[in-house]
Design a protein around this ligand. Sequence first.
Ligand code: NAP
Length: 452
Amino acid sequence: MLRVAVVGSGPSGVYTAQSLVQLDPEVHVDVIDRLPCPYGLVRYGVAPDHEKIKSLQSNLRSVLEQDRVRFLGDVEIGAGGVAVERLRELYDAVVYCVGAATDRRLGIPGEDLRGSWSATQFVSWYSAHPDAVDHGFVRGARSAVVIGVGNVAVDVTRILARGAEELSPTDMPQAALSALAASRVTEIHMVGRRGPSQARFTTKELRELGGLPGADVLVRPEELDLDPAYGDPSGLPAVRRRNTEVLRAWAERPAGGAGRRIHARFFLRPVAFLADSTGTRVAAVRFERTRPERDGGVIGTGRYEEIEAQLVLRSVGYRGVPLEGLPFDTRSGTVPHRAGRVLREGVAAQGEYVAGWIKRGPTGVIGTNRSCAKETVTSLLEDASMIVRTSPRDDPITGLRDDGIAPVEWAGWRAIERAEAALGASLGRGGVVKLPDWPSLMAAAEHGDSAP
Ligand code: NAP
């Protein structure tokens, strides 16, 4: 009987656990997470108004509730926690599904002025991630710039453009809801450095912006016309062709009179963040106008445009972070691997695997993780006969407890869920409201032991 640890309980971790129990009738899997709550980016990344995607949690839950799968929350692996080597002693194999935990940087002047935040910081705040910091994101802001035209950029743009009535029924934490309800942001500029046919958002997400009750979307026909593929989109992949159709329709329709305006802008490359008179806060973003080159690239034109912004959200992609004790390719932000087997100096390490974004980089939709996890699990099970047991046959949780670790188990998580339902009811929000910090999560989890 194999004992496998899966580190990370986001979609890639849970799909890995699912593949393992499906393909091996005896394996036992512990899904370990640094947080006391499972589901990774499905809980802390999927936008709160995307209930349908969030409902995936029930599929993930059914995996974590299987007999041979166990959730162990509040267990940090790597620096300051359980060492990678110790984990290898406790389990026959370990699959790292730790995602891409940080954001990419632009590397331009003024990036760290107050008011300039990564989209990850903003998303973590309105998703109630317990490590999130309330930077007063929308306080005092009238105009916001979102840099990047991927699905995260669309998410944060949409959240900025929604009114309190739309956000109130979501599970957004109360403090974020109150702050967004009081927001005076009326102009939201979502800006791409390349043309509309190169944007990375998907059409369903883009289209949603056009259906927001309190916001108009404005598109400049001249920016669409600059894109060579725009005149003849027939050679584009289907999703990009559909995007151009949606944008074209918006560019042609007359502006409405909604209270908020979303400006979808293209061919503008950020070159600097400009400070206000105090020198500490962002007041505008300076962009260089670009024009298309061959193969979807762009080149600077030497002409510049400044867009006023008291809030800037840099939404230019996630990036993996190294885990102490595991190899890491700093160029790609991933762990080197072959079909999911971790490579140490080019050689497959025994009993160490990766799946999800830390394996293939931060791309693809949630479902992409299924096939990614399956590939890794297939490698692991192929290797299983050669796995040399270095661990005693004891339950690994005994070893963790001997090391002074007290994981939050499934009952603890269920207690957190009950506390979030009770909070939502007490606030009259019509559903669950997330607990936003470590003390409230851990206090709720303690009730798990006495749960019915
Ligand atoms: P993304 O799709 O990689 O988009 C990143 C954006 O940032 C692109 O527009 C990119 O432009 C731009 N960018 C990168 N470097 C830049 C720079 N130096 N200056 C200006 N712009 C720059 O990343 P993401 O939006 O973070 O999404 C990550 C993944 O999560 C994606 O697979 C996404 O589909 C998924 N996701 C899905 C959903 C959903 O399905 N609803 C929601 C959220 C996220 P270039 O193309 O020019 O590089």
